[in-house]
Design a protein around this ligand. Structure first.
Ligand code: NAP
Ligand code: GLV
Length: 326
């Protein structure tokens, strides 16, 4: 009997066809309240689940007794109950590597846009306010040669650091769980404490995953330590930052500006105080959102799912113990 798979969110027809060649597929291009019951019904029979922006709880897993693998179309997996999945022998597969460079591009775009005030001055031109020579009130801050601090120097952090060091001559500091000696040699990246990084960096860019240890890692005290000229960038996860403290830091001039792709609550509410601040550049969580990279991520997730359901080791395994158990 063919195994059953639930696919969630829009997939390219080639990916869907690849799944349909192997499995019976229940496809939910859009998941909302109106089709939750049908989704639950499909999941109760499914052996595999693939998709993006999945919100999975242990209670949902209780209703899916046949489930063997979830293949998320993301590298981050803070929205999954990993321990509960492992206990049930359910594999979790993510999509690292294929989105690293694109997400680093987004991080660097935020560094540049915030430093040179690109969206703010674009609005100025569009409003017809460019009537005479620009003056100091329109000046930004240099990026080249300034110190770039990476909170987290994993795949994406290293790719941002590479852009800064090799493209813009930026000295690199990082705080990270482990030492990265190879990046020390390649980029001159120097590991330091988080406090030292915050106190000495001109640009602070967050690329750590959201975990119990990193939730609100960047809090009021952290913003207090930053230079008044510093620009803060977050391409990781919103809850790594205490957003109320960020708003206060910007309103009271503890830091100069921010570039944000992620927020404590997404989508960002239209009445967020962040949107009242001209020195903040806001993106709608588009770190990996290019045609090429989203296609590569979907392909990787589909490959992970197919391999796992054929009993072969998937390319990316988050919970090794579950692989051993299956
Ligand atoms: P990664 O390679 O696992 O890098 C994470 C780095 O953070 C690792 O170097 C890790 O240290 C370090 N780290 C983990 N916990 C830490 C802690 N408590 N203190 C200090 N350092 C810590 O992951 P990645 O591929 O770069 O992705 C990073 C995150 O970016 C993802 O988890 C996701 O949340 C986010 N992301 C966002 C977007 C977006 O659209 N904005 C896109 C992709 C990813 P070790 O090396 O010592 O383990
Ligand atoms: C996106 O946010 C990801 O984790 O891939």
């Amino acid at each position: 009997m063919r195994k059953r798979v639930v696919a969630v969110r829009r997939l390219h027809e080639t990916h869907l066809a690849q799944l349909e060649r192997e499995f019976e597929v229940d496809y939910f291009p859009d998941l909302g309240e109106e089709n939750q019951a049908a989704f639950g019904e499909a999941l109760s029979r499914a052996h595999g689940l693939v998709g993006g922006k999945l919100s999975i709880t242990p209670e949902i897993l209780d209703e899916a007794p046949n489930l063997k693998i979830i293949a998320t179309i993301s590298v981050g997996y803070d929205n999954f109950p990993v321990e509960a999945m492992t206990r049930r022998g359910i594999l979790l597969c993510n999509t690292p590597d294929v989105l690293t460079e694109t997400t680093a591009d987004t991080g660097f775009a935020l560094i540049m846009a915030a430093a040179r005030r690109v969206p703010e001055l674009d609005r100025f031109v569009r409003r017809g306010e460019w009537q005479t020579h620009i003056g100091e009130s329109h000046f930004g801050r240099d990026v080249h040669g300034k110190t770039l601090g990476l909170v987290g120097l994993g795949r994406i952090g290293a790719a941002v650091a590479r852009r800064g060091a090799l493209g813009f001559g930026m000295p690199i500091r990082y705080s990270n769980a482990s030492l990265k000696p190879v990046l020390g040699v390649e980029l001159g990246a120097r590991r330091c404490s988080l406090d030292e990084l915050l106190e000495t960096s001109d640009f602070v860019c967050v690329t750590v995953p959201l975990t119990a240890e990193t939730r609100h890692l960047i809090d009021r005290d952290a913003f207090r330590r930053m230079k008044p000229s510093a620009i803060f960038v977050n391409v990781a996860r919103g809850p790594v930052v205490d957003e109320m403290a960020l708003v206060q830091a910007l309103q009271e001039g503890w830091i100069a500006g921010a570039g944000l792709d992620v927020y404590e609550c997404e989508p960002l509410s239209a009445d967020s105080p962040l949107l009242q601040l001209a020195q903040v550049v806001t993106l709608p969580h588009i770190g990996s959102a290019t045609h090429e990279t989203r296609a590569a991520m979907a392909q990787r997730a589909v490959d992970n799912l197919i391999l796992a359901l054929k009993g072969e080791r998937p390319i990316d395994v988050v919970n090794e113990e579950a692989w051993g158990a299956s």
